[in-house]
Design a binder for this molecule. Structure first.
Ligand code: FAD
Length: 346
């Protein structure tokens, strides 16, 4: 059993920054994360994409943002328990909480910050029996290493922002791309769709798009060689077209799923945790929620918003742990106490 001031659920950008803000206030924390790597959506969904709206970083890749956050929180040595989902949370008689992970790790914490993002999200899969055996080799639900697609013939499935963003991005390095969507209308940003159409018109040998649905994967000696496409919603006699490819990328969106968090007795609105915007506290005193997982009037799901919420929640946690403490805001530039905690002053 691990006793700690705070357990942070989730090591996405907001969970990591919460550990930093708690560290500045001298509050100890443990982070528990389902994935094998910290970083949340930034690492799981778009590590190589550029982000342009982080203050003072005009452009930063999602992976670099997480690396910088890890560097920033390093002075506090916050233990991170990766590869395990927190499954149970129950109240203790002393006002604190008992939490358990799926691997049986148990925590006693005085407070909890839930930074679980869109929960235990999974990409919506390509529902074909042969899909599983190509997953991670020639069939991908996210791009973790863009270079693997250089000089390859790609088929990309989907009509939302992820599909169109990756068509435009990989167009620069792929040998050819065929985008397949089940309807002629795309859900993606109109500017991305217009750009895709114009690139397809300029050089159809390098980029084309089709309306249809993949009905089978084509294989030779266990390797993916292409996809079979039928007109969407047509019967089994509909004309079909075989398209050769080296790699298949599927962007059918995510199915957000709060997972075990949904059963922790918290108020939920449309799969999000309701919080007080001033303190980020849920309806259970001592349990806070920040980042994409929470909702309150005017909420904007941005990393920037989650960073602000991490700072606000850290102060609210401090108040929860020490109700009589007179809270003051200190600057890292001038406070020797904060600098000592950061290890930049002895
Ligand atoms: P997440 O990043 O979702 O991390 C939550 C973590 O909690 C996950 O790793 C999950 O595994 C873990 N978790 C969940 N439940 C449990 C549990 N029970 N136990 C243990 N761990 C758990 N935002 C911007 O501001 N600017 C952008 O340019 C931008 N671009 C984006 C591009 C794409 C393609 C996408 C998909 C999102 C983009 N976003 C952008 C949104 C941004 O990524 C999210 O707002 C941000 O990741 C939210 O951070 P978070 O820490 O709240 O949650």
């Amino acid at each position: 059993m691990i006793a700690t001031d705070v357990v942070i659920v989730g090591a996405g950008p907001c969970g990591l920054f919460a550990a930093f803000e708690l560290g500045l206030l001298g509050i100890g924390a443990h982070i528990v994360e389902t994935q094998a790597e910290p970083g949340g959506q930034c690492i799981t969904l778009y590590p190589e994409k550029s982000i342009y709206d982080i203050p003072a970083l005009p452009v930063v890749s999602a992976r670099e943002l997480i690396e910088r956050l890890l560097e920033q929180v390093a002075p506090f040595d916050t233990p991170m328990h990766l590869g395990q989902e927190l499954t149970e949370l129950t109240a203790r008689d002393d006002g604190g909480f008992r939490l358990r992970s799926c691997k049986g790790l148990e925590f006693h914490a005085a407070a909890v910050i839930i930074a679980g993002g869109i929960g235990s999200f999974q990409p919506r899969p390509l529902r074909l029996p042969e899909a599983a055996r190509h997953e991670g080799r020639a069939l991908h639900y996210h791009v973790s290493a863009r270079e693997q697609f250089r000089d390859q013939d790609l088929v990309i499935l989907g009509g939302g922002d992820s599909a169109l963003d990756w068509v435009l991005d990989l167009h620069a390095i792929a040998r050819s791309i065929t985008l397949i969507h089940r309807r002629a209308e795309f859900r993606a940003a109109p500017a991305s769709v217009a750009r895709m159409r114009s690139l397809a018109q300029e050089d159809p040998a390098r980029l084309r798009w089709l309306v249809g649905q993949v009905s089978a994967l084509l294989e030779r000696d266990g390797q993916l060689t292409g996809v079979r496409v039928r007109a969407a919603d047509a019967g089994s006699n509909a004309p079909r077209q075989d398209i050769a490819c080296d790699q298949l990328l599927v962007f059918f969106g995510l199915s957000p799923n709060l997972g075990p968090i949904a059963h922790w007795g918290l108020e939920i609105d449309k799969r999000q945790l309701c919080v007080d915007a001033q303190t980020l506290q849920t309806r259970i005193p001592g349990i806070f929620a920040i980042g994409d997982i929470n909702t309150y009037p005017g909420k904007k799901k941005l990393i920037l918003t989650g960073f602000h919420e991490a700072a606000m929640a850290a102060y609210a946690v401090q108040k929860h742990l020490h109700p009589d403490l007179k809270q003051t805001v200190q600057y890292t530039t001038t406070s020797s106490a904060l600098q000592k905690r950061l290890g930049v002053r002895t």
